[in-house]
Design a protein around this ligand. Sequence first.
Ligand code: NAP
Ligand code: MG
Length: 484
Amino acid sequence: MQQTLWFDPKKIFIGGAWQDPGNAATIAVEDPSTGEVVGEIGQASADDVDKAVAAAQLALEGDWGRTPAVERGRLLTRLAQLVKERAEELAFLESTDVGKPMKQARNDSVALARYLEFYGGAADKLHGTTIPYQEGFTVYTLREPHGVTAHIIPWNYPMQILGRSVGAALAMGNACVLKPAEDASLSSLAFAALAAEAGLPAGALNVVTGYGADVGRALSTHPGVDHVSFTGSVLTGQHIQEAAARNVVPVTLELGGKSPHIVFDDVDLEAALPTLVGACIQGAGQTCSAASRVLVQRGIYDEVRRRMAEVYAGLRVGPAAENLDLGPLVSAKQKKIVSDYIVLGKSELTVAAEGVIADRAPAAGHYVAPILFADVPPDHRLAQEEVFGPVQVLIPFDDEAEAIRIANGTDYGLVAGVWTRDGARQMRMARRLNVGQVFINNYGAGGGVELPFGGVGKSGHGREKGFEALYGFSRLKTVTAQHG
Ligand code: NAP
Ligand code: MG
């Protein structure tokens, strides 16, 4: 890696100190743009997870637990400042680790700083209430942290996801144990070093790296964990929820989606076009809220198809450093998953257009050309399953009722985009879509730190981001005092 790191990626961060992980074996860090190994990270053991949870508990009993809300806010604000100072380096680190074009990785470091700023400002703004009760009583509620919160995050937007979940948890006074994905741990380690520099008390944030099946599992099943925040696949989310059920602790699950754009024939197509495509191919399609389905009213279907196909034909894929429209996928494993879907699509569906992989893209990089399929039946696997790659499907519809039926007709329900100039229709659609977030004449895959985010159905439950997350990362105590 052509960058001097300010932390040792082979160590883990527990109780404010960098430690050697219990396993001597390391995990290779691969640059998806080249397929080359550019470093290694440590592999924590179940013992390390015990230590991290114990360090978090100690922090709650000690300095961190006694830190007033206003001071927690100041610490997060200081941390936001350090992230801003390192924004370019963090972006480069992420770009090398997960293959994101630099312009997208820069957005992620800016978003991380913004989450910390937002939650820094919010830390002392959430409070309990007094409740009118019987004569002679005073009743009030207290907002308290859960205690130790576990944060298991994926590889697609590590900085944004750690920002939204760890940021809100720390604001409410929880002590965090963060387990990043094995494919994307560098930014979490870099973040831990900055947290220490900002003066976060020891044990308030701990980072353990390693494989999900052992470190992730040890953390999510740990009896000392009081709340689990998970973003990733449905299958792993089910394991996490089962473990949380056994320990009877709350869990927030953000499990992806099959989110639709719904384009009516009165759309301002010129304005919509870049977003119709961009909301899917951002992050090379590896975005939980990617708009992977485009439902188009029949009257403008041919025109939308033609215009989107033109955009697709101009899309270029290449190494992250070249800042093209798309970088590589994160890993050979992800490329295989996505390529299998494309093979299936090509054998059963009509290809409207494909993008181009740049000639100079290294052969060992994990590149996939973005592809748009037309006239896709709503029950086709490509219209139902999350591909997590740059694959978008066009589906025609006749009227509002059919659009709603198709839009709501998957197991998921994360986000939807409604494109129409008809105000009454905007309001009707917003109410009838079974999703956690509706965008009207815009679509911000992943964006907007202020906006509560989360799903229904197999997209998960609980809300992160925005002020709302602070309720999820705290619990309410009711105090009833009789004083005559
Ligand atoms: P995943 O298995 O759900 O991984 C997400 C996180 O969970 C990672 O930190 C992972 O660690 C950890 N993990 C894995 N198994 C675990 C277990 N048994 N207990 C606790 N933690 C565990 O997702 P993936 O395998 O990376 O990707 C597979 C598919 O998931 C993708 O193709 C995509 O469809 C979906 N996905 C969705 C999102 C989203 O934002 N909703 C993000 C990523 C992936 P390791 O990575 O170290 O194993
Ligand atoms: Mg990597």
